[in-house]
Design a protein around this ligand. Structure first.
Ligand SMILES: *[C@@H]1O[C@H](CO)[C@@H](O)[C@H](O)[C@H]1NC(C)=O
Ligand SMILES: *[C@@H]1O[C@H](CO)[C@@H](O)[C@H](O)[C@H]1NC(C)=O
Ligand SMILES: *[C@@H]1O[C@H](CO)[C@@H](O)[C@H](O)[C@H]1NC(C)=O
Ligand SMILES: *[C@@H]1O[C@H](CO)[C@@H](O)[C@H](O)[C@H]1NC(C)=O
Ligand SMILES: *[C@@H]1O[C@H](CO)[C@@H](O)[C@H](O)[C@H]1NC(C)=O
Ligand SMILES: *[C@@H]1O[C@H](CO)[C@@H](O)[C@H](O)[C@H]1NC(C)=O
Ligand SMILES: *[C@@H]1O[C@H](CO)[C@@H](O)[C@H](O)[C@H]1NC(C)=O
Ligand SMILES: *[C@@H]1O[C@H](CO)[C@@H](O)[C@H](O)[C@H]1NC(C)=O
Length: 560
């Protein structure tokens, strides 16, 4: 029977090779007192202190915070040694210190749009002229507004230009441009200015053709929010996001100087960006942005059924980068030390004269990271590289250790005449099945494996990958995992198509149950004691821990 089911599915299995086909572990759980975390954060502390001591950063201030979805894990604040004595900003930088977060604001604008989509006040797939009267009328320009939806604007796929034509050199001026618009006599841009500008323009690309960065897109989305809610953008963001998330310090109006970090001129601390607020107007702190990131980590796939908020929404031409809504997503296979499994950073960066910022989540590690900086931003990339690399490597090690503690071991049938057992180990590959015997048939070392996608050259291992679902979703009991045959990377020459990986985790079924599904039971706060082979209708009990020691070659040693 089983063989029959396997044969039926054979035709559906592709020959695509996925070397690391899946995230390999459930979300790690962090304890801020964990020895490894403490060591890593101490290392980062020292490195940041050393770097910031360089003379070129004498007047640079910055704040960095790392949070899980549950709690803040670590923060670091650096106060400039040389400051403007006649400017009374915050005396010592701390987690409440306010910076301009510039384009990180775009993510708040999109969240507002998603909320209004859920409320039924607007639709992501409506064209923008549905919500902006002026775009319906005659225009000198050639942008096809009725083909541009809120979703394409949010995903940087609208093809509209980046900025105001008349003011792009002033409002969006270079980091060190020495004047503010007020100094040159320009008032903050108004809705009329914006409409005049966009209605006289030509597109960069046709809608949905290619992605290109646009600030204007978010100014229009801000107006769509105002139209849908009949509230100003500022009051809507306050009511719908800052208040519910308890982001008590965040604001779209200039806060008192005493709450902020104000570098030497040139800077944009006090500049009212007017109609451009939805693209770059927010002032915020690391404490508040960590609250926001904790919300995102726990809700990114639950805000609306219209989109997973963390997913790529449009391609960028590079191998590793994508736009989300409005995220800038980076996926790399070079960050883990023993594996080329990809890690994805869902980021949004921002810059205004005097300020640089980034927020990011790493959903598979349940991490959120914020970096805010005022003044010389040459140090920004160094902070980002150091913090993300060290923290993700530590998170990977914690994730593998937790796999090791809770899931590994030999599980065997308690029935004396049923010779069925599964042995699991954890290493840099994830949770690996080293033996699977069902009623005396040794699956792992049999021909049967080729029917579930094992490469014919025998260079593969069998791995269990988490689905993050449960047999009983309400009670969160019976964690469901799937076993998957994973090809090992070839040494030497690679074929061009070797990187083509079309994920397929589904397997043949037996009596309607996927044969590669297992459920882990009875493991709240401890090692799971039961492994259910769903399609085999069998429960195996943990018998022996001796095989679960991590082989030395798979032990990850942090190189600090
Ligand atoms: C929203 O836009 C529509 C169409 O452009 C317009 O008719 C309506 O009056 C606007 N509503 C608000 C509250 O601005
Ligand atoms: C939907 O829009 C109306 C006004 O147009 C507003 O009163 C209501 O609060 C909005 N719903 C939500 C959930 O924001
Ligand atoms: C709310 O709607 C009224 C009537 O259409 C309009 O006069 C007012 O300007 C709107 N307010 C906002 C903030 O859009
Ligand atoms: C809101 O944030 C403030 C400041 O961070 C904190 O003291 C307070 O306990 C928070 N309130 C809630 C309900 O979480
Ligand atoms: C120092 O602060 C004063 C008061 O705000 C300001 O006028 C001056 O331009 C600032 N100097 C520099 C170099 O930023
Ligand atoms: C195990 O295999 C034996 C011999 O083929 C068979 O008689 C028995 O029913 C099988 N046990 C189960 C639980 O399927
Ligand atoms: C269980 O089956 C395996 C694989 O066929 C075999 O090597 C092993 O000896 C069997 N164990 C028992 C107790 O029968
Ligand atoms: C396996 O054990 C779990 C938890 O005790 C139980 O809910 C499930 O029904 C069992 N499955 C089988 C096939 O016995």
């Amino acid at each position: 029977m089983l063989l029959l089911a396997l044969h039926l599915m054979w035709a559906a299995l592709t020959s695509a090779t996925c070397y690391e086909p899946s995230v390999a572990h459930p979300l790690p759980e962090y304890d801020a007192d964990d020895v490894l975390l403490k060591r890593v954060f101490a290392f980062i502390d020292t490195a940041l202190t050393t770097t910031a001591a360089a003379p070129e950063y004498a007047s640079t201030s910055f704040s960095v915070e790392v949070t899980s979805s549950k709690e803040s894990l670590w923060s670091y604040h650096h106060t400039a040694r040389v400051r403007n004595a006649s400017r009374h900003d915050i005396p010592e930088v701390n987690g409440d210190a306010l910076y301009r977060i510039a384009s990180v604001t775009k993510s708040f604008t999109v969240l507002g749009v998603l909320y209004q989509h859920v409320a039924g006040n607007l639709s992501l797939d409506d064209s923008i002229d549905t919500y902006i009267e002026e775009l319906k009328g005659e225009q000198e320009g050639t942008i096809p507004w009725k083909d541009i939806t809120l979703r394409t604007l949010a995903s940087q796929l609208s093809g509209i230009p980046s900025d105001f034509i008349a003011q792009s050199d002033l409002i969006n001026r270079p980091f060190d441009f020495p004047y503010t618009p007020e100094e040159l006599g320009f008032p903050p841009a108004s809705r009329d200015d914006l409409m005049k500008s966009v209605k006289s323009r030509a597109p960069v690309f046709a809608p949905n053709q290619k992605s290109t960065y646009s600030n204007l897109a978010f100014e229009l989305l801000g107006l769509a929010i105002e139209n849908a809610t009949n509230q100003t953008y500022e009051s809507y963001i306050n009511d719908a996001i800052f208040k519910p998330l308890n982001m008590t310090k965040s604001s779209l109006s200039k806060p008192p100087d005493s709450a902020g970090i104000i570098p030497f001129e040139p800077h944009y601390w006090g500049v009212d960006v007017g109609i451009q607020s939805p693209t770059g107007g927010i002032y915020s702190s690391t404490t508040d942005l960590s609250k926001y990131l904790r919300y995102i980590l726990t809700h990114y796939n639950g805000i609306t059924s219209a989109a997973n908020w963390a997913h790529p929404a449009s391609p960028s031409r590079g191998l590793n980068s994508f736009y989300g809504m409005p995220w800038e997503i980076y996926q790399t296979d070079r960050i883990l030390q023993k594996s080329r499994r990809t890690v994805r950073f869902i980021t949004k960066a921002g810059g205004l004269p005097g300020y640089s910022s980034i927020i990011m989540t790493v959903p598979e590690y349940d991490l959120g990271i914020t970096i805010l900086l005022a003044a010389n931003n040459d140090i920004f990339g160094k902070i980002q590289e150091l913090v993300t690399v060290e923290v993700v490597r530590a998170a990977e090690q914690i994730a593998i250790q937790q796999l090791q503690k809770r899931y590994t071991g030999t599980f065997a049938s308690a029935e004396p005449d049923l010779n069925s057992s599964v042995t699991l180990v954890a290493d840099h590959r994830g949770l690996v099945v080293i033996e699977f015997i069902s009623n005396s048939t040794d699956f792992t070392n049999s021909d049967l494996m080729k029917y579930i996608g094992a490469p014919r050259d025998g260079r593969y291992y069998v791995q269990l990958v988490p689905t993050l679902l449960h047999r009983d979703e309400k009670a969160k009991l019976g964690e469901l995992w799937r076993f998957v045959v994973t090809a090992e990377r070839k040494n030497g020459d690679q074929d061009i198509w070797d990187d083509f990986c079309i994920t397929n985790i589904e397997s043949p079924t037996y009596a309607n149950v996927p044969i590669n599904e297992v459920a882990f039971w009875n493991g709240k706060g401890k090692a799971f004691d039961t492994l259910e082979l769903s399609a085999f209708r069998t429960n195996l009990s943990r018998t022996d821990d001796s095989k679960t020691e991590l082989k030395p070659e798979y032990q990850i040693v942090m190189e600090l």
